[in-house]
Design a protein around this ligand. Structure first.
Ligand SMILES: N[C@@H](CCC(=O)N[C@@H](CS)C(=O)NCC(=O)O)C(=O)O
Length: 73
């Protein structure tokens, strides 16, 4: 079982940017909930969190981290 972190990541299986983040998350065995985009139920909240409308975006409590390279770091 992964380490409990409570983090979430807006994700797309087809995105190479999201994929590099998923690889880092799996390598570190982190317990991150993946929110698949596009999901109509998540659309409004996603737009608030990511005005540029790009995945991935990591959410750690009040902290929102866009950009795959930054998330991986
Ligand atoms: N520089 C960004 C690029 C992210 C990006 O371009 N993601 C694409 C998917 S591969 C996306 O969300 N496209 C949706 C759009 O442009 O509306 C990163 O490294 O995270």
């Amino acid at each position: 079982m992964g380490i409990a972190t409570g983090m979430k990541m807006y994700n797309s299986q087809l995105s190479p940017y999201a994929t590099r983040c998923r690889m880092a998350i799996y390598a570190k065995d982190l317990d991150v909930e993946f929110l698949e985009m596009p999901d109509p139920d998540l659309e409004q909240e996603f737009h608030r969190i990511a005005p540029m409308h790009k995945v991935p975006v990591l959410i750690d409590g009040d902290v929102i981290v866009p950009e795959s390279e930054t998330i991986c770091e």
